[in-house]
Design a protein around this ligand. Sequence first.
Ligand code: RP5
Length: 163
Amino acid sequence: MSHQVSIIMGSDSDLPIMKAAAEILGQLDISYHMTVVSAHRTPERMYAYANEARGNGTKVIIAGAGGAAHLPGMVASLSTLPVIGVPIKSSNSIDGWDSILSILQMPNGIPVATVALNGAKNAGLLAARILSCSDEDVAKKLMHYRETMKAEVLEKAKRVENK
Ligand code: RP5
C-alpha cells in the first residue's frame, strides 16, 4: 500500500525538527514517506514529487523549510493536495520570522496551512485530522490521543496542587 502522508523538508538539517511529524504519525498508525526535496537546490525533483503525489496515493503533504522557505508554497502551487507548512528556525534563518512569513503569506488561490515555528508535531496531528474526515479508524485514534493528553494534564495539575 502507498503512504498516506508525504513529509518533505528542504534539507537534512531540518530533520531534527521534522522527525516529530513522523513520530506522531507513527504513533497513530498512519503511513508516511519522508525525504528531502529542496525548492532551490533540486527544483526539478520538487516539480516531479509534487506532480506525482496525488497519483501515488498521498492524501496530505507536510513540507518543512527554513529561511527563504519556498518549498511548501511551491509544492502547493503544483499539487491540489492539502499542504501543511512547517516554518523552521534554521541556520540561514535570521530569527524564525523569515521562515514563518515565507510560508504563511501565500497569495489567494494557493493555500498552505501554516503551523507554528518548528511545529512539526502539530503538522502531523493536523494531517491526521484531515485523514480522519474519511477514516473512522484515524478519528478514533485521535480521540484516544486527546483523552490521554487530558489525563496527563490532570495528573500534572494534581502534582502541582500537592506541592
Ligand atoms: C532551507 O535552508 C532548508 O529547508 C533548511 O532549513 C535551510 C538550511 O539548509 P542547509 O544549508 O542546512 O542544507 O532551504
